[in-house]
Design a protein around this ligand. Structure first.
Ligand code: HEC
Length: 139
């Protein structure tokens, strides 16, 4: 009996392997090595734009730069978002807290969530914190 079970298991495994090797070429057609290279390079371009916005002091009205208080994105804790922020009195995504810093220490105006500078700031901050374990909601 025991070895019939094993044979049955073997047939199922073989079927799965055959089906998946069938599916692989179809998936591989969805993007090429060039696509991957281009996506990576576009991502790094945005990260570098974010580094510039973070450090050049031009976002607000008083010449203060994010990097003066958060060198290399320190103390930005992107891995803890969304979370409750006492300054805002509710659970927020990180861009709302970035806007809080733009309004307060930088004395500037909110950026829209989809403003390319807001996207770039988040890409830069998250790239600096790459590899840190996600801990949404943590204080
Ligand atoms: C004058 C110093 C100062 C400047 C300049 C500044 N921040 Fe902050 N930032 C703070 C303080 C203070 C907090 C509040 C810490 C808290 O209560 O979580 C904070 C919080 C944050 C947080 C949330 C951190 C957390 O632990 O949840 C992010 C993200 C952030 N800042 C990004 C930015 C960005 C982006 C800029 C530039 C647009 C910027 N900050 C400019 C002082 C500053």
């Amino acid at each position: 009996m025991e070895h019939t079970k094993q044979q049955c298991f073997g047939v199922i495994t073989l079927a799965i392997v055959m089906l998946s090797s069938w599916a692989v070429p179809a998936m591989a057609d969805e993007f090429s090595q060039e696509d991957l290279k281009r996506w990576e390079s576009e991502y790094m371009t945005v990260v570098n734009q974010g580094r510039k916005v973070f450090t050049d002091g031009k976002l607000g009205t008083n010449g203060v730069a994010c990097a003066q208080c958060h060198p290399n994105a320190s103390n930005t804790h992107p891995e803890t978002y969304p979370k409750f922020q006492k300054q805002l009195g509710k659970v927020v995504p990180i861009w709302e807290m970035i806007n809080w810093c733009i309004r307060n220490p930088l004395e500037g105006k909110n950026l829209a969530a989809d403003d390319p500078r807001m996207v770039a700031l988040q890409a830069y901050i998250l790239q600096e914190r790459r590899g840190v374990k996600l801990q949404p909601g943590k204080h």
